[in-house]
Design a binder for this molecule. Sequence first.
Ligand SMILES: Cc1ncc(COP(=O)(O)O)c(C=O)c1O
Length: 456
Amino acid sequence: MSVSWADTYAEQRPKAVALYGQAKGVIAGGVGHDVRHNAIAPMYIEHARGSRKWDVDGNEYIDYGMGNGALLLGHSHPAAIQAVQETVEKGLHFGNDHPRMVEWAGLIHELIPCAERVRFDNSGTEGTMLALRLARAYTGRTKVLRFEGHFSGWHDYVGKGAYPPFDKAVSLGIPQSTLDTILVIPADLDQVERTLRGDRDIAAVMLEPSGASWGTVPLTAAFNRGLRELTTRYEVPLIYDEVITGFRYSPGGYQGLIGVTPDLAVLGKIVTGGLPGGAVVGCAEIMKQFDYTGDREHDRYGRVSHLGTFNANPLSTASGIASLRLVADGSPGAQADRMADLLRRGMEEILEGEGAAGYAYGDSSVFHVYLEAYPGSGAKSRADLHTTDAATLKGIPGQVVTAFQRNLNIRGVDLMSYTGGLTSAAHTREDVDQTLTAFQETIQTLLETRVIGRVG
Ligand SMILES: Cc1ncc(COP(=O)(O)O)c(C=O)c1O
């Protein structure tokens, strides 16, 4: 039976399969991003609008990836498209600052509580790398304290901790000396306290404030408050990686939602409204390390250096401003939240009704589905299933993830990655209803084919 959904997936996608054949001859690894890997064929999307996207074979999807989380307003929002069209007429890239960049920084400064100063870069990965450089320069220390399962991009300084086993490098090619600078512990305040007390070489604590991997392993506001208190007490800069949560959890990000102000925050995705780019923001005290003073000694040896050809490029600036202006009043986020809430509840009802060993969860406009591989853990009731353990929630076996994703794909639904997704302001009740039908059929199939287990 497991063959049949693989067959259906391939049969629905003859052009994608052919393209993938060509891609493997010219594209290293066959795809542009590890998460896009698919043994049959990755998705080749031709166009997208609102909550939907269409692939080269004409298959239509309700999209819960939304540009890897960049599109809170939905695909091809007219305001962002118009802003980019008007800008592109004036030139693609000047390699200079330009007036709209100041406007963009001003908007971010107004929205994000910790953003006394803003520095633009090109991606979330660049942002976390730069934030760590700032924290190291400020403290004169070396290490970063991270939590199990948290993802902060793909550079070497976060090269451990994102996937289980959390003490092993996520990739070949990362120097051991760099891995030694990364401390990974469970998200537990007692352990944080012990670690900060015992190791005075920690330059920063950096985390996804909503929890590991866009909330796959959720964190609470209470944890975040405790962490703020501990990092203040031990004088260790607190860095929020708000690449996902920024502007999504509230117009002021996760920090705006819960009223905890980190020292630095990393923004990406929504900040540009869907084009490449990002920003590091933070308190003036740390961000002033970028300043030139005119003193030769200081300017050569006493500051944090940062370059980047495409920083705050005009097109990303234009779509960023257009999107943030709309996001600012909170209504797009609220609509996205409502749709995710409907999805989570509907999925919960279905999982319960089918007796499946799994549950749906998440905050804001994010949903996740935890599923136990067949035969399941033998949980007697649905309540027994719940766990916040990172290794469990991030350890759903690959064959379950693939079967879940593929069954949804052949029914016209695409996830962000793993077993979860994100909604946008463009998602509707009709999308939710259609998704829940596909979800129910998927769960039934996975139970029938003994991919996932049952409760009781
Ligand atoms: C929380 C978080 N931090 C950092 C990144 C890296 O951002 P980018 O892919 O723009 O480099 C991501 C990307 O998904 C992310 O989710």
